[in-house]
Design a protein around this ligand. Sequence first.
Ligand code: CS2
Ligand code: MG
Length: 402
Amino acid sequence: MRIVDGKVIVCSPGRNFVTLKLVTEDGVHGLGDATLNGRELAVASYLSDHVLPLLIGRDARRIEDTWHYLYTGAYWRRGPVTMAAIGAVDTALWDILGKTLDTPVYQLLGGASRESVMVYGHANGETVDDTVKAVAHYIDMGYRAVRAQCAIPGVLHAYGVGRGQLYYEPAEKGRPLESVWSTERYLDFVPSLFERLRKEFGFDVHLLHDVHHRLTPIEAGRLGKSLEPYRLFWLEDPTPAELQSAFRIIRQHTTTPIAVGEVFNTIFDCAQLIEEHLIDYIRTTVIHAGGITHLRKIAALAELHHVRTGAHGATDLGPVSLAAALHFDLNVHNFGIQEYMRHTEETDRVFPHAYSFQRGAMHPGDAPGLGVDLDEALAAKYPYEPAYLPVNRLQDGTVHSW
Ligand code: CS2
Ligand code: MG
């Protein structure tokens, strides 16, 4: 079953998406998401200039071999551009295999380990009262797990405060927005937010919070400790994770569960975190960590060490990614939770899909392959628009992690 054709489709139905389409000699096509927020065209070029020409003529069934052909064989390894491109090829090949065998991808992975996968939504507000209302809205929609973020008094454009209730989108068209950060104000404010949320909603709903890489390890230890009474499901990205050993400091100070990994690209980015039991949830994704093939290896290592999965699922991960994540989540034994940020209606129209949401959980559906398609004619009506994530600065102007 040879690959005979392929193309990269860049479209912007509400936000930018890069999608790889591979076609076999039997006319079966598979899709892979290659979106890298704010660096979309680099992955598109990597795929069309350097990967697609090498795929023509290869056997589409040789998924593991193709992965190593593109990773081990390329000499240059790792990095978000390379790994998003490999992830897209890998995802498209699993999609093709499923369609060829008339089977949903989760069945190829070993079948369902659960009925559906618990997801969390994003509640955010300009004030604590607004955030309370947003959490109530998610609970009304059936969610059992909600991430809560709130603007911080005296901090301009705090992370996580969206413009719409359901469609939080941090990338801005044109040049990056500049936001301002104060660790002092944040650390003093966040415990009061969760105190209020627990008062309003009790302990039956899972509450999550994303620090978005902004603290030092000792500050993160202090935050985790001050949030212990509110029993978070997880505290996400408390500190930048290039230095994996830094998480030892956080662990020495708090029992609040830690989730990390949305920007990781390979198992090497998280091996120490997992092997030393420094985290509780690994957030690597199909799209940015080399596809289903590589994500399974990360999950297997995590399973040995009691670390569960909690894959990133922001709006910049397209519907093809979300579907691939859901097939993976349904199968993997050490599943924890899946992030689910709803795509806009325009996006959903461009990518018709079989996955569905019900009572706080999702199912990938039973269509062959991944169960997502791309309406190319409609996609062509939404050309690429340059857009970037914000750049963050401390109050004195120093650039800080966003
Ligand atoms: C966030 C993302 O969903 C999350 O947890 O960290 O919204 C992240 O900011 C974006 O995906 C960046 O592209
Ligand atoms: Mg995050």
